[in-house]
Design a protein around this ligand. Structure first.
Ligand code: B12
Ligand code: SF4
Length: 467
């Protein structure tokens, strides 16, 4: 019997966010693609951030799998609707949003894969091909013939170390061998921050690939700046050190690299030395707040005194720090100002101040149900205030975030970095300045609505080629 053909699509982001200039795909679809290829399926992958999608071309596939985050979900649903409009292929959706909102997703698609997709999608395809029973597959949701929705038990944690590496070459958009410089060397995070959906999708058990596989992946993108897209690259410092040592001994050191790091990892001198030797450029550190009470609410474990020393330690080894902060409903504009005072004082290189965004699947989502201003998912990307604050208006909080971010990314700070000859910091500051200006311009209508106390309408519909 001829096997089904499968297209996998990572839905794009229609609006500006703090990482809009970081054109990196996620590694989920290329990993699922590699599994499907090994099973003998014809599979193509498209990343919408790279170029517009051709819906007519996608209609030529038997199954289209769409991956999406919360802020890209409305866009992904429109794509699913366009595909289904004239019959179209079978549409399967996956990713951290639909994992927790399967009923909502089934308004637009035929099947939902919840959690990790590498085992579940091939089983679902086998069931659609009639070689396996649908009811036996964990981690899927679908409509029965009666119209009733069946949500199977949660999906499993895959054996990460035995998975193939992501196969970006399955995407016709990746030309001349320029594989996107993102590597996921581990999954899961032992922490459990209230606002993060990572542990509910990937679990708290830290699973990692063997060094050899990571070194091979690094070799395929050598001489470029690599981003380790792990949730917490340093969760097991013994394994991180062993990987960095192998990168050195096996000649797989990239031009530069970056990764997410917890504050306490910056107190290990041997680790910092290895990071310098392997050319770590910057680490993304979840500092979250400068207020101890807020840190407690988030379930964060580090102390503020440690954070200032963490910055010093990193700088001593020539490593930059991107500080990630979150303000919640109990914070005030004063809290936001304190964050930027602290960031400037401690000499953090770049920052993002997110308004706490309750993503489905997180404890914050349960907690803030009644305080949500709206459920326009495209605004759930951290820059927009979507939770009504307790001690000030949503507009005042939104303006505090914008004003303080603009203070951090001001032209005078760019000039000062230039005068001090801090060349790569200029790039971060100037980039942040540009993004903030773009964001404010793009959101003029949103800000006006927020000021007047009524909430945003959906963004204008995207146009898909062939739709
Ligand atoms: C690298 C990364 C980035 C990169 C690249 C992201 C990109 N192209 O979207 C950058 C730095 C640009 C970035 C930016 C942002 N990110 Co980010 N990012 C990550 C990170 C750390 C790794 C992504 C990754 O490669 N994951 C590994 C792969 C294996 O996971 P996956 O792609 O989700 O796929 C698996 C399953 O979800 C499922 N699956 C997914 N899609 C599909 C589709 C089908 C058909 C099937 C069957 C299965 C399936 O199977 C896959 C394999 O097991 C994740 C955390 C995480 N662990 O995922 C956060 C994460 C995705 N980011 C997040 C957020 C909020 C953002 C931002 C909005 C901004 C911000 N404030 O940080 C922006 C917006 C990005 C955008 N696209 O609009 C959240 C999303 C939460 C949510 N519910 O939406 C996450 C989950 C982190 C968190 N704190 O919870 N990010
Ligand atoms: S925010 Fe970072 S440290 Fe906290 S649970 Fe998520 S990945 Fe882990």
């Amino acid at each position: 019997m001829k096997k089904f053909t499968i297209a996998l699509v990572e839905a794009g982001t229609p609006s500006t966010h703090m990482f809009s200039r970081t054109y990196l795909p996620r590694t989920g679809l290329p990993t699922i693609g590699a599994v499907l290829k090994n099973l003998g399926y014809e599979c193509g992958i498209w990343f919408e951030t790279m170029s517009p999608l051709d819906v007519d071309m996608l209609r030529g596939y038997d199954i289209v799998g769409i991956g999406s985050l919360t802020n890209t979900i409305s866009h992904a649903y429109r794509l699913a609707d366009s595909l289904k409009k004239t019959g179209g292929p079978i549409v399967v959706m996956g990713g951290p949003h639909v994992t927790f909102m399967p009923e909502e997703a089934l308004e637009h698609c035929d099947y939902v894969v919840m959690g990790e997709g590498e085992e579940t999608l091939p089983e679902l395809i086998a069931a659609i091909e009639n070689t396996q029973a649908l009811e036996e597959i964990p981690g899927i949701a679908y409509r029965l013939e009666t119209g009733e929705i069946r949500i199977a038990q949660p999906g499993r944690s895959v054996d990460f170390a035995s998975l193939p590496s992501p196969d970006f070459t399955l995407s016709p958009q990746i030309t001349s061998g320029r594989i996107p410089p993102i590597i996921t060397s581990s999954r899961g995070c032992p922490h459990d921050c209230s606002f993060c959906s990572v542990t509910s999708v990937f679990g708290r058990k830290y699973r990692f690939k063997g060094n050899e596989q990571v070194v091979d992946e690094l070799r395929s993108i050598k001489d470029r700046s690599v981003c380790f897209g792990d949730d917490n690259f340093f969760a097991n410092t013994k394994r991180t050190k062993s990987l960095l040592k192998d990168m050195i001994s096996k000649d797989a050191v990239p031009l530069r690299w970056s990764a997410e790091m917890a504050v306490k990892a910056a107190f290990d001198e041997e680790l910092l030395g290895l990071m310098r030797e392997t050319r770590c450029r910057i680490v993304y550190v979840g500092i979250e707040s400068v207020d101890p009470e807020t840190l407690k609410r988030y379930g964060k474990v580090h102390e503020m005194e440690l954070t200032a020393r963490c910055v010093e330690n990193l700088h001593r080894y020539g490593i930059g720090i991107h500080g990630m902060f979150v303000v919640d409903a109990e914070n005030t504009p004063e809290t936001v100002r304190n964050i930027v005072d602290y960031a400037i004082e401690t000499d953090i290189d770049s920052i993002q101040i997110c308004s706490l965004t309750p993503f489905p699947g997180t404890r914050s989502y349960e907690e803030y149900q009644d305080r949500l201003l709206h459920r326009q998912w495209e605004y759930f990307e951290g820059m927009h205030v979507v939770v009504r604050p307790e001690k000030c208006s949503a507009y005042d909080m939104q303006m505090a975030i914008i004003t303080q971010m603009q203070r951090f990314y001001s032209i005078s700070r760019v000039i000062s970095a230039y005068r001090k000859g801090r060349s790569w910091r200029i790039k971060y500051l100037a980039g942040g300045n540009y993004l903030m200006r773009k964001w404010v311009k793009e959101n003029a209508d949103y800000l006006e609505r927020l000021k007047n106390g009524y909430y945003p309408s959906a963004r204008s519909k995207p146009v898909f080629a062939g739709a």
